[in-house]
Design a protein around this ligand. Structure first.
Ligand code: AMP
Length: 316
């Protein structure tokens, strides 16, 4: 499949690489890494990595602006299971579309799709593609892909880190001599305001009868701590391994966009099918949702509590 994708890449002089809305390091590193590897292999091609919000991950590189009409242009969509979450206007204007993703399958909307939900990250898939085709990645490309993979596995702590993951990472470290401690400072450096918000989240987390830990972060809290709406979500992985908590969530008021953004994580019960009922989705143990009111958020908490109850019963 990678070889087929390579053949199509070779054929097109104009290529746009997109990913999901609500950019994260795996989505951005995979698109920037793939763009730079294509340019390193075929310097005459026009390759654009597009989407909003990349500024906060500037250590992964710069995004591009594409204002063409999609004619004679290949669109590669990374890390996105469904059309409505692609961060690129008018997906259907492009002559040919390829999807490469590691989320559970949601819908087919591209001419060619490579979906492997056993893969830790889209960056892992792109690394694999680098080894199976004649694409020529630079050391910088591999550094970016490594960061995306590390971010999506939460430093290899999630159960999406397989023997394949460790194998390919080992190969990359050997072949490209990555300085990982230097790279981590890019990924994990954060402002003191966010650390203070983390303290607030721990202090104010409520826990339901069956182990759903949730914290509501209102606009006032965001202003008090001088952090942006993404901050609660950025911190969500730091609340793993709390004895009393099986599923945990940050519920953040986003007044500007008139929604409430919810980040959910689990260390047992499957949550993506529940998130789907609340304008969301994602992985079995790491999902997101969007609701309009706190009442809806409370319904989601109850549904997750039910899932925890069933999960605990199944363990008896
Ligand atoms: P996050 O909590 O934003 O880090 O997202 C965790 C996972 O859920 C990622 O794979 C996201 O792509 C996915 N996700 C987040 N929000 C949504 C949403 N509203 N709809 C579908 N998938 C989502």
């Amino acid at each position: 499949m990678y070889k087929k994708i390579f053949k199509i890449i070779k054929k097109y002089d104009s290529i746009v690489i997109a990913r999901h809305i609500g950019v994260d390091p795996d989505a951005m590193a995979s698109q920037v890494g793939l763009r730079d590897a294509i340019l390193n292999t075929f310097p005459k091609k026009q390759v654009y990595a597009v989407g909003n919000g990349g500024g906060k991950f500037s250590y992964l590189g710069k995004l591009d602006h594409y204002d063409g009409d999609g004619k004679k242009t290949l669109l590669i969509i990374l890390d996105t299971p469904d059309k409505k979450r692609v961060d690129c206007s008018d997906v259907d204007q492009f002559e040919y579309k390829i999807k490469i993703d590691h989320h559970p399958f949601v819908e087919k909307f591209c001419d060619m799709e490579l979906v492997n939900d056993k893969s830790s990250s889209t960056c892992e898939l792109i690394m694999q593609m680098m080894y199976q085709t004649r694409l020529k990645p630079t050391k910088e490309v591999m550094e970016k892909l490594y960061l995306g993979l590390v971010s999506d596995t939460n430093r290899f702590m999630f159960n999406n880190s397989t023997s394949f993951t460790f194998g390919i990472v080992s190969q990359v470290l050997k072949d490209y001599q990555l300085d990982i401690s230097n790279l981590y400072s890019d990924l994990y450096l954060r402002p003191l305001s966010e650390v203070r918000l983390q303290g607030y989240m721990g202090q104010n987390m409520k826990v339901t009868e069956n182990g759903v830990g949730y914290i509501k972060i209102t606009e006032d809290v965001l202003n008090d701590f001088q952090v942006d709406v993404a901050s609660g979500g950025n911190l969500i992985n730091n609340f793993n391994y709390i004895e009393e908590v099986l599923v945990w969530m940050a519920i953040t008021e986003d007044i500007k966009n008139e929604i409430i953004k919810i980040n959910i994580r689990s260390r047992g019960p499957i949550i993506n099918t529940i998130a789907e009922k609340y304008n969301g989705g994602g992985h079995k143990l790491a999902s997101g949702a969007k609701v309009m009111t706190m009442d809806e958020a409370d319904c989601l908490i109850r549904d997750l509590d039910d899932a925890c109850k069933k999960y605990l019963e199944s363990l008896k």
